[in-house]
Design a protein around this ligand. Sequence first.
Ligand SMILES: [Zn+2]
Length: 255
Amino acid sequence: MALLNLDEIASGVEKTELAYLREMTKSHDEANIIKVIPEKRTHAYLVLDRTIFHPKGGGQPSDRGVIRTSLFEVNVKKALYHRGIVVHWGKIVRGTPTIGPAICEIDWAFRYLVMRKHTAAHLLDHCLATATSSLVETTDSWLEEPCYVGYAGRVPNEQTLHLVEDNANRMITAGGLVEIEFLTPTEGRALLQDAPNFERLPDLEEIRTVTIAGCAPIPCGGTHVADISEIGKLSILRAEPMPNLAFRLHFSVQV
Ligand SMILES: [Zn+2]
């Protein structure tokens, strides 16, 4: 992707309605294309009034998919978030993209796997905190390959890792609802003081929390499964020591 100035692309348009925050299982949508910036005739940047494409961020990779009408089709390779705007970048496979109504479709198989991994990552936060009887502080995470959550602190021993994995799988087998809530910043701050990634939350008018039944709420802008039973078998692959007394828990979910 050419490094076109995102400021320029995002300028002069209304903030994008982030439909994926509330409609996490929506794989098809109708939206209006409000800005088109072509790139070398083969690619284009598109801005919509609303989007189901989750942009890259918070450890979650960008959705991919298609945006089309009867006259053109763009194969979306990346969605990026910039100052309240989601910019979709992709290859033009038919026609010439123009402003107006369009059909959006995300690669659902890819997204659903990411959702399962994202909820699994939150479950790991909980199970690690339980196994170590302490608050956990996440440093970063990535949900594609390699798939991991990063934590501050010393690498847990094998026994602890087994405990975390067993507990997570027991909870997955039992099942539990994953609830999404929208709070005002004041409500959010009060509720989330101890949450693992509170500081990493962007400055928002509202704070979105994700709560697995029986676990503490976590501020998060990602997409999640509705029930942890959807995660399937979770495996902790290894704990990788990182500089400055931190580590990454590499994990996978059964495909
Ligand atoms: Zn999250």
